[in-house]
Ligand binder design. Structure first.
Ligand code: 3AM
Length: 184
């Protein structure tokens, strides 16, 4: 895992839990962003497309190891998300896809991961969780176009590292846990 040194001598990395798309879904999303006008902002690079579950922030290695161990205990059934609404969110200036019907399993998964992060001493986003796929950033308005609903089958969740590279932010999957893997 790529880390940066903190003032306390510990190694830190910027982490989040996410759903990661399969190749077919990534291609559909990439084709969609390619149709955006300049007003819709800068498209997210294909390898960074994801659904955030919980943003963990900057985490030391000991905490990250504990979180990874406890993530094995999370039991949620696989589920399907249908992304059918294209939105502009003014405050973060992003264009994103959301679902009209949110399956309870993703709320359950995000809330279990959020609890795990808090129990590990991390502060997480207090806002209600809204599943979304950020398609572009630095946007001024939503793209005015109809979209074909995109079905995303979620059968695993991932821990992802965010690092700043000369070419921009890069997200890299560190570990993956199948859904239902440890269902009791
Ligand atoms: O899923 P999206 O792309 O909307 O904006 C960041 C990105 O969200 C968000 O975490 C995702 C992976 O980087 N993020 C970054 N800093 C954050 C923070 N302090 C944050 N979310 C909540 N609190």
């Amino acid at each position: 895992m790529q880390t940066t040194g903190g003032d306390d001598g510990k190694a830190y990395s910027r982490l989040f839990f996410a759903l990661w798309p399969d190749e077919a879904t990534r291609q559909i999303l990439t084709r969609l962003t390619a149709t955006f006008s300049a007003q819709a902002g800068k498209p997210v690079v294909p390898n960074n497309l994801h659904v955030t579950l919980v943003f963990l922030g900057t985490v030391d290695q000991t905490t990250a190891t504990a979180i990874k161990q406890h993530a094995c205990d999370i039991s949620v059934e696989p589920f399907e998300l249908t992304f059918e609404s294209l939105n502009y969110w003014q405050q973060p200036k992003i264009c994103c896809l959301t679902c009209k019907d949110i399956p309870p399993q993703i709320i359950d998964l995000a809330s279990k991961l959020d609890a795990l992060a808090r129990q590990s001493g991390l502060q997480t986003d207090p806002r209600p969780y809204v599943p979304h796929i950020t398609l572009s950033r630095h946007a001024q308005s939503a793209p005015e176009q109809a979209i074909t609903p995109i079905v995303w089958r979620a059968d695993a969740f991932c821990l992802v590292q965010s690092s700043s590279e000369p070419e921009g932010v890069c997200y890299r999957e560190l570990q993956r846990w199948p859904l239902l893997n440890n269902f009791n």
